[in-house]
Design a protein around this ligand. Structure first.
Ligand SMILES: NC(=O)c1ccc[n+]([C@@H]2O[C@H](COP(=O)([O-])OP(=O)(O)OC[C@H]3O[C@@H](n4cnc5c(N)ncnc54)[C@H](OP(=O)(O)O)[C@@H]3O)[C@@H](O)[C@H]2O)c1
Length: 320
């Protein structure tokens, strides 16, 4: 048996219960990982509340949350050739299914990679979900090229802080928005410009931006219209928000500029290896603002849902 944080009903942070659960077994294409740390993400909080129309049919109770993790391979499925017992790994636990707020989790071998060597398990657990989303937004959907301009809205969060750095590593000109207390943080991450979204109007300061990446948790069609205002003719708006695009006005504004708008959903996981290399080369810094013990998952959810996490929150499950 193992310790796990599970939910038996949907609701507030109080539905998260620490209990004993069976250690799962990997199928042919899966690995069983001994968890060292689990990232905490807004999607965990959304699933805890019952998910949305797309997610809810996939959720079976009781459920262990957490789809972002690091650990050591304990067992490999009979068809897995790229990992062996004892490998230190990071990646995404299998979804739908039980996640990584637990002492062991199952992952598809294709959604895991060898952990970056230069950082600990806690830092590594903060990378996979935010990192694959950032990579997908910047490169797969944004198709950012050297010298192009990228505006990252909500640049101090998990997705945003990685998006800023990987775009800089590619040679893009990167502008980030954040609240006043995070502007220096954005500059330290490498942002060429940092804009205070409360006290400055980015729509008056910027124009002809190649790609806008909305990595904020705020779903606001008025702000989306401002993004379109600063995008160049034929440019791109990419959004991490699952309700995107929900407004005809936003779609019409994009069409009038021959610009595209797309929802970012990570499609391949080979970028986990590329991010591990960038981390080990010192080109991608992983920022974990707070580490909670497993039993304080509810407190971690409350902090995340308050909307102003710098970098990542992580649950430590085993000591490094
Ligand atoms: N599509 C996917 O596969 C996928 C995967 C992961 C995440 N997501 C989504 O991506 C979004 C970001 O996730 P995350 O994990 O990076 O969130 P996060 O770590 O909680 O970061 C949120 C950041 O947003 C900033 N923020 C808060 N209010 C803002 C506002 N009014 N305007 C602009 N920025 C604001 C905060 O910065 P300040 O403190 O400076 O305000 C904070 O650093 C969420 O909507 C999440 O659900 C999608």
């Amino acid at each position: 048996m193992m310790k796990a944080i599970r939910i038996h009903e949907f609701g507030g942070p109080e539905v998260l219960k620490l209990e004993e659960a069976e250690i799962p077994s990997p199928a042919m294409d899966e690995i069983l990982v001994k968890t060292y740390a689990s990232g905490v993400n807004l999607v965990d909080c959304g699933i805890r509340r019952g998910g949305n129309d797309i997610l809810r049919p996939l959720l079976k109770l009781p459920l262990t949350l957490g789809w972002d993790a690091s650990g050591v391979v304990e067992e490999v499925g009979s068809g897995v050739t790229n990992f062996k017992k004892g490998d230190a790994v990071y990646g995404l636990p299998k979804f739908p299914g039980d996640g990584s707020y637990a002492e062991y989790f199952i992952a598809r071998a294709t959604q895991m990679a060898i952990k970056p060597k230069s950082i600990g398990f806690n830092e590594a657990a903060g990378v996979p979900l935010a990192g694959t989303t950032a990579w997908s937004g910047v490169f797969d959907f944004g198709k950012i090229q050297t010298g192009q301009s990228l505006l990252v809205h909500g640049a101090a969060g998990g997705v945003g802080s990685i998006a800023v750095q990987i775009a800089k590593a590619k040679g893009a000109y990167v502008i980030g928005t954040a609240s006043a207390g995070n502007l220096d943080f954005l500059r330290k991450l490498g942002a060429d410009e940092a804009i205070d979204y409360n006290n400055q109007r980015f729509e008056d300061l910027l124009k002809d931006i190649d790609v806008v990446f909305d990595a904020s948790p705020v779903r606001d069609n008025e702000v989306r219209l401002k993004f379109v205002q600063v995008i160049k003719e034929g440019g791109k708006l990419v959004s991490s928000q699952l309700d995107f695009p929900c407004s005809e006005a936003v779609n019409n504004a994009l069409s009038a500029k021959n610009a595209t708008g797309e929802l970012v959903l990570p499609q391949n996981y080979t970028c986990l290896q590329e991010m591990a290399s960038l981390i080990d080369e010192g080109k991608l810094q992983v920022v974990v603002s707070r580490v909670y013990p497993l039993e304080q998952a509810a407190e971690a959810h409350m902090e995340n849902e308050a909307g102003h996490v710098r970098g990542k929150l992580v649950l430590e499950i085993r000591k490094d």
